[in-house]
Design a protein around this ligand. Sequence first.
Ligand code: C2E
Ligand code: MG
Ligand code: MG
Ligand code: MG
Length: 281
Amino acid sequence: RAKVGGRNGLVVFSRDLAEVVERRVAIEAHLKNALDRNELSLAYQPKREIGSGRLTGWEALLRWQSPKLGMVGPQEFIPIAEQTGLIVPIGQWVLRNACLQLRAWKDLGLEAGNIAVNLSTRQFRQKDLAEQIAAALEDAGLAPGDLELELTESLLMDNLASAAEVLARLEQLGIRIAIDDFGTGYSSLSYLKTFPIHCLKIDRSFIQDIPADENDTAIVRTIIALARSLGLTVVAEGVETEAQLDYLRANQCDEGQGYLLSRPLDPDACTRLMRAGVVAA
Ligand code: C2E
Ligand code: MG
Ligand code: MG
Ligand code: MG
């Protein structure tokens, strides 16, 4: 067994840290040009009604294929985009692109449902957010009801002073608001009754171990009941097994999303899926 001295520990630690810093610097440097160089794209993951299998909409998920770094996941580059402010132009691009994609599907006569776009804190803080959204909808010839915005609880808690006003403006426009990763944020529930929210998305971590884990089933049933009594649509994220889907169906969860139903797909694959009219179990 190797003896680990303080010196060695320190050496190992600094090498790891150096790697982390190097990776971050590289991502930042390459991300700056990713938009101009057409390296970003959107994948779309369907949401379906659990009872009927009916397609209710698509969530847009950012993908970055960097010629230098390869495929970089949003979990890794979105926080860096957020810290550097790059998320503002990138987020604009996502919004406009997702709206144009839904327009294209409508033009093909496909019943695509609505389009959901994720927003981060920095985007939420833009003064002209509502105007940007209204313009994106108008340019794509969409109705406000065609768009859903996914916000996290921590985003709302970090922006408590302005959140009510921003959400009221979005509500006036007629846009749907979903709370993403619901249950993971450190927050009070009181905002649910004061803010104009339409949908709760139960975080994947609570879905993962149902129906076996009794704590998780209790939490999932409670969130479904909470949504029901507040008149909100409830969506389960990260559905991967038939057993999970059965449990959610038996407990009247409205909608589901997850690898069992479909992985995020490129737009052509989405089109094919809608044309085939595939209804998942
Ligand atoms: P999210 O909004 O909670 O999106 C769900 C994530 O779970 C996606 O990861 C999706 O691919 C993944 N997922 C879906 N079904 C399953 C499943 O059954 N099992 C497992 N293990 N995972 C599943 P992805 O695409 O890597 O995105 C990660 C996060 O990055 C998103 O979480 C969202 O917070 C953020 N993100 C993605 N696109 C955007 C964007 O355009 N703007 C902003 N601000 N954030 C984005
Ligand atoms: Mg989301
Ligand atoms: Mg989520
Ligand atoms: Mg998430």
